[in-house]
Design a protein around this ligand. Structure first.
Ligand code: UDP
Length: 237
C-alpha cells in the first residue's frame, strides 16, 4: 500500500466503537477498527488516535439533567480512557505496539500525556492513543484532536463518521443531499456544517491542518485515504 502521509491523527468518536449497540463498546467493531489501523501502520504511516467517550458518557447531556457541568465533563473525559484502553488492547492483540497517554494522570493504567514522548513513540512505529480529552472541561475530543494534531505535527486529521463525508443537509433518508468533495474552513464555520465543533475547526484553520471526513463503516477507507485516494470530504484552506 502506498502512503501519502508520514503522520496522521485519527479521530474516533465513542459512538464509532459502539457499532449498532445503544451503549458501550462492541468488541467486534473495535477489532475491525484495530485491523484497519494495523494496515495503515504496516504501510509505514505513523498513527495517533484521539478517541471520544459519547458511547459511555457526555458531559453536556448529564449537565442538562442537573449535574454540575465541570464534574460531568471530567466523568466524560474518564469515559474516553476506557475507550482508549479498549483500543490499545485490540491493537496489541494483533501485534501493534500501542501506548495510551492521558491528559488526566492515571499512571497505574496509562502514561501521562508528554508531547515529546508521544512523538518518540510515533517515530518508533507505535500507535499512540490519547485519552481523557484535553484534560479541560468545556472542551470536546474534536478540539482535542485539533490540538494534539498541531502539537505532534500531524499532517492531517482523519475524522471518522457514519456517512460518506460532509453534506449540505442531513443525508439520512434524503437522496437529494449533496456530498461535498472539498470545503474551506471558512465555509464550514459560516454555514455551521457539522464537521467538528467550531473551536476545533478554528484551531485547524490557524494551524493549516486539513481534515478528511470519511465513512468508517466502509472497510479499507482509512488505508485508501492514507494512500492519497479521494475518500469523503476534505476540509482545508
Ligand atoms: N470532554 C471534556 N474535555 C475534553 C474532551 C472531552 O470535558 O477536552 C468530555 C465532555 O464531557 C464530552 C465527553 O468528554 O461530552 C466525551 O467526549 P466527546 O463528547 O467529545 O466524545 P465523542 O462525541 O467524540 O464520542
Amino acid at each position: 500500500m502506498a502512503k501519502a502521509y508520514q503522520r496522521i491523527l485519527l479521530k474516533l468518536s465513542g459512538e464509532a466503537l459502539m457499532g449498532n449497540l445503544g451503549y458501550g463498546i462492541d468488541p467486534a467493531v473495535v477489532q475491525e477498527i484495530a485491523q484497519e489501523v494495523a494496515d495503515v501502520v504496516a504501510s509505514g504511516t505513523q498513527v495517533a488516535i484521539v478517541v471520544g467517550g459519547g458511547n459511555i458518557f457526555r458531559g453536556v447531556k448529564a449537565s442538562s439533567a442537573g449535574m454540575d457541568r465541570a464534574n460531568a465533563d471530567y466523568i466524560g473525559m474518564i469515559a474516553t480512557v476506557m475507550n482508549a484502553m479498549t483500543l490499545q488492547d485490540a491493537l496489541e492483540q494483533i501485534g501493534v505496539a500501542t501506548r495510551v497517554q492521558t491528559a488526566i494522570a492515571m499512571q497505574e493504567v496509562a502514561e501521562p500525556y508528554i508531547r515529546r514522548r508521544a512523538m518518540r513513540h510515533l517515530e518508533k512505529g507505535r500507535v499512540v492513543v490519547f485519552g481523557a480529552g484535553s484534560g479541560n472541561p468545556f472542551f470536546t475530543t474534536d478540539t482535542t484532536a485539533a490540538l494534539r494534531a498541531a502539537e505532534i505535527d500531524a499532517e492531517v486529521i482523519f475524522k471518522a463518521t457514519k456517512v460518506d463525508g460532509v453534506y449540505d443537509r442531513d443525508p439520512t433518508g434524503d437522496a437529494d443531499a449533496h456530498l461535498y468533495k472539498s470545503l474551506t474552513y471558512s465555509h464550514v464555520l459560516t454555514h455551521d456544517l457539522r464537521v467538528m465543533d467550531s473551536t476545533a475547526i478554528a484551531l485547524c484553520k490557524e494551524n493549516n491542518i486539513p481534515i478528511i471526513v470519511f465513512n468508517l463503516s466502509e472497510r479499507g477507507n482509512i488505508s485508501r485515504a492514507v494512500a492519497g485516494e479521494p475518500v469523503g470530504t476534505i476540509v482545508g484552506g
